[in-house]
Design a protein around this ligand. Structure first.
Ligand code: SF4
Ligand code: SF4
Ligand code: SF4
Length: 312
């Protein structure tokens, strides 16, 4: 068969080199900070939360989620620890961190959890098709039309937040708190959960403003609060932040580094380039090389130069 190996290898090498270096460039660009300059933020004052679950109910309503199995006013739900899932973007859990009342009964504490809308979100770094994006207003939003269902976002999230609709065989989606993106994009709009809390445990505003409020509350009442704002610095900071009278680890919050975690998802991406994308790119390039070569043969184009060079 009159195939010039040198021509073929040269064509393929150029194509592969170009494709791989383009991918590597993309991966490098992914590691830059995505933190917006002036995002919104939510401060949850856990000393005020009474565990009423009105925030869960409001979230359910504004996001048109299915009815819960147990009614929102049934506090027995609090007997078990729950995680947000595809049908509940936020949940409230009850803890007993050890403090007792005059009758020697343990005093409960409550913590509402949802997507933290990280400043430098690992889920966004992990998403190889850009289905998750960090917006200027602080929201991390999901575009189902781009999602390929790889679920790397679920692996990457340090808070274990994104859920997947395994029960939807044809059009499964990744589901999580949206930060009520549509609502907060409107002038004066607030997330559903923040606007309904009967004891105003959730304060919504610019992140800088609510962070300053958190620090001011701690400074003015050091007997009431521990000296920490959870979410200020964890994995690079988040749009959702918390203050508490109890150590956060007693309320189910993970102890996390200050540094953002795009390292993990980017390692996944690099591994994919190494073990998956590179072969795919190689096969595509080889196919391209074959097509160009065959076309030149069919059109009678002179390939004697390569043939001759091959015989050298
Ligand atoms: S609505 Fe407010 S008080 Fe009630 S559980 Fe939610 S955060 Fe706590
Ligand atoms: S909490 Fe998880 S899902 Fe939410 S923005 Fe951060 S990394 Fe993404
Ligand atoms: S911000 Fe919106 S989507 Fe997120 S927990 Fe609150 S109500 Fe639900």
């Amino acid at each position: 068969m009159n195939i010039s190996r040198r021509f073929f290898m040269k064509t393929s090498a150029v194509a592969v080199g170009g494709a791989v270096s383009a991918k590597a460039g993309t991966a490098k660009a992914e590691s830059r900070s995505r933190a917006p300059a002036d995002p919104f933020g939510c401060l949850v004052d856990l000393t005020q939360c009474v565990g009423c679950r009105k925030c869960e109910q409001a979230c359910n309503e504004v996001n048109h989620l299915p009815e819960p199995k147990v009614a929102f006013d049934d506090s027995r739900v609090l007997d078990c620890k729950r995680r947000p899932d595809q049908n509940a973007f936020t949940v409230v859990n009850r803890y007993y961190p050890g403090k007792k009342d005059e009758q020697n009964r343990l005093i409960p504490a409550y913590a509402k959890i949802q997507c933290m809308h990280c400043q430098d979100p690992a889920c966004v770094s992990a998403c190889i098709v850009g289905a998750l994006t960090k917006q200027e207003n602080g929201a991390v939003i999901y575009d189902k039309s781009k999602c390929i269902g790889c679920r790397y976002c679920m692996v990457a999230c340090p808070f274990g937040i994104p859920a997947y609709e395994y029960d939807q065989p044809f059009t499964p989606e990744v589901r999580k708190c949206t930060y009520c993106f549509e609502r907060i994009s409107k002038e004066g709009g607030k997330p559903g959960c923040a606007s309904v809390c009967p004891v105003e445990a959730i304060t919504f505003g610019k992140r800088d403003t609510v962070l300053a409020l958190a620090k001011d509350k701690i400074k003015k009442d050091p007997g009431r609060y521990i000296n920490k704002v959870y979410g200020e610095e964890e994995v690079g900071g988040a749009s959702w932040m918390y203050i508490s009278e109890h150590p956060f680890e007693k309320l189910g919050f993970l102890t996390l580094p200050k540094k953002p975690l795009p390292t993990l998802p980017e390692t996944i991406q690099h591994t994919m380039f190494k073990f998956l994308w590179a072969p795919i790119t190689l096969f595509a390039a080889l196919a391209g090389g074959m097509w160009v070569f065959n076309r030149r043969q069919m059109t009678g184009e002179d390939i004697s130069e390569e043939r001759g060079a091959d015989n050298e």
